[in-house]
Design a protein around this ligand. Sequence first.
Ligand SMILES: *Cc1c(COP(=O)(O)O)cnc(C)c1O
Length: 376
Amino acid sequence: MQTIPHRSYALISQEQIALNYRSVRAAVGPGVEVLGVVKADAYGHGALEVARVLVAEGARWLAVSSVEEGVNLRTAGINTRILVMAGFLRYEGPAVAEYGLTPAVHSLEDIAAVDELARQSGKPLAYHLKIDSGMGRLGTRAEAAEILAALDRTRHARFEGLMTHFASAADYTSQQTGEQIARFEAIRRELVSAGLRIPYVHMASTNAVGYGRREAWQNLVRAGHALYGYVSPARGEAPPRILEVRPALTWKAKILAVKDLPEGALVGYGGSFRAPRPMRIAVLGAGYADGVFHRLSNRGKVIAAGKLTSILGTVSMDLTTVDISHTTALGPGNEVTLLGREGEVSLDAQQIAKVAGTISYNILCGISGRVKRVYV
Ligand SMILES: *Cc1c(COP(=O)(O)O)cnc(C)c1O
């Protein structure tokens, strides 16, 4: 392999993202559209590169969080439909219209605002209405009758979708998802029986696909985490997973220095690690500014020379020190794996998250802009 002139870099397999996307499509079947969620720079994988993979796979819908993210995809030449899941603020309206983005709207006032935007811009703006079915975050809590009245007042914007989002889709000890589906369905049924046509109805993201909650699929699912190779671990008695996906990202760091420490030597800020015996250590060219969580100090692992080994002392801004007493094979310029696989040994974002006291999404999104993304 060619040498990559970066101290820390992420190898991203476009093929694996394509395979994961196909796996989601196969799981939901031909009657259900799969929207690819590429917000937050595609969970650290690169929004534009991932969008291109999905477009090549035939994706017709992508989703981002903000108008700015949508504009970035459009100006780079992405022509699919783009759902802006966190809606738009007044000052972002002109960009929504100009770049042909599809906002999710979250209140009856938002419906009036999107209608006014469509009137002013003269563009056939479509939007999706999000229902807060019980998560208590974005989405309207209005009753169906109020929604119908608000829709009745619109003249210009086109109501194209009804959506909601689950708070606990992988938690089978909780009734919350069932209750959210029931609440959403009651509203949907009232809207439909009042004669409303709803082209897209969507509730499910990765976990509701991964554990086969078919009643939540409707005619579109929003998959993010699955595209990057993850389904959250379930709580309680979950049905078997129906999604086969694998991590698409491998994260490496170069060794800057190797040295032998005597028994009793301290390592790093605060001297929080003391060598219990003579040890060989490697100092890595990646730290918390790259996304190695500070919480991994004295707890986390990396893979060095094919073996899981420990992070020693505190993680610094640019440096992390690890134990390589098991090998003499590594020296300056060699690499270790912060996330990924070497032979039989692997370390994924869920394992790292568990030790860091967070979730896999946070680990992936935390890999900073300093870490060069390399596509393979
Ligand atoms: C982020 C997000 C998704 C994707 O969720 P995953 O668990 O990554 O599949 C879907 N819908 C909404 C509203 C989101 O914010």
